[in-house]
Design a protein around this ligand. Structure first.
Ligand code: DGL
Length: 260
């Protein structure tokens, strides 16, 4: 039996990462944990979230995962704590996303859209500014429920996004970091406001980074088909529209509710 790769997020946002990971690594067995009992992560205090994330990590390790992907930027702030407990390869989304940004910005000015906790931590800003990139950061925790509740294609969601981003539309950044995995679901509305820029999402860079780490640790599986188990920590369902959006990874999906 191929040991699973475990991914987690506060809810459905990390599915945007899972989608890219499955495209790059199509022979693996996956567990995706949506920690919706503790949703949203981005407005919790650092210590409160670290405590919760340790519980989630211990649970994922107990499933005999061979690697953990922190499919959440806010949770990625706790990479070191997770590594300490997990003792298996752990991949965050912030490191590979920053590496991608270095390669694409032409004018060295980027706009970071992320949860309030991620923006407050200054993690992205420090990494990017150390490499000479200017960062305009906008804390957008209020976008997260729009994605999680499936209201991302509504006029109401568009209004909230438009209002929040109106303060940065005149800045001359050429690159936008969707620094929250939920924001991939809002990309169309965000693009309508910020226009023609280079949009960097976490999924593809994280998937490629994971493949390198698995290869280096001799953990890659080269045969078999995608198997996915979704675990939710609260009883809420993964909605039908979300399943449709991610249909190709949801073939043969098993959803289980585990109160943690
Ligand atoms: N999807 C998560 C991220 O990438 C956080 C969403 C939340 O606030 O729960 O930061």
């Amino acid at each position: 039996m191929n040991r699973p790769i475990a991914l987690f997020d506060s809810g459905i946002g990390g599915l945007t990462v899972l989608q890219s990971v499955v495209e790059v690594l199509p022979n693996e067995n996956y567990v995706y944990l949506a920690d919706n009992a503790f949703f949203p992560y981005g407005v919790k205090s650092y210590h409160e979230l670290e405590k919760r994330i340790k519980i989630i990590t211990k649970y994922l390790v107990s499933l005999d995962a061979k690697a953990i992907v922190i499919a959440c930027n806010t949770a990625s702030l706790h990479l070191e704590a997770i590594k300490k407990i997990a003792k298996i390869p752990v991949v965050d989304v912030i490191t590979p996303t920053c590496n991608k940004v270095f390669g694409v910005t032409q004018n060295n000015k980027v706009c970071l859209l992320a949860t309030d906790a991620t923006v407050r931590s200054q993690r992205y800003q420090q990494i990017l500014q150390n490499r000479g990139i200017d960062v305009v950061a906008v804390g957008c925790s209020d976008f997260v429920p729009l994605a999680e509740n499936g209201s991302y294609e509504s006029a109401w969601a568009d209004d909230i996004i438009c209002q929040k981003l109106s303060g940065v539309t005149n800045e001359n950044f050429d690159t936008v970091i969707l620094g929250c995995t939920h924001f991939g679901l809002l990309k169309e509305s965000i693009t309508q406001v910020l226009g023609n820029k280079i949009y960097v999402e976490c999924g593809v860079p994280t998937a490629l980074y994971l493949r390198n780490i698995l290869t280096n640790n001799n953990l890659l599986c080269n045969y078999g088909s995608v198997k996915l188990k979704v675990i939710t920590t609260a009883k809420s369902s993964i909605s039908e529209s979300i399943c449709n959006r991610f249909a190709f990874i949801f073939n043969d999906i098993v959803v289980e509710h585990i109160p943690l």
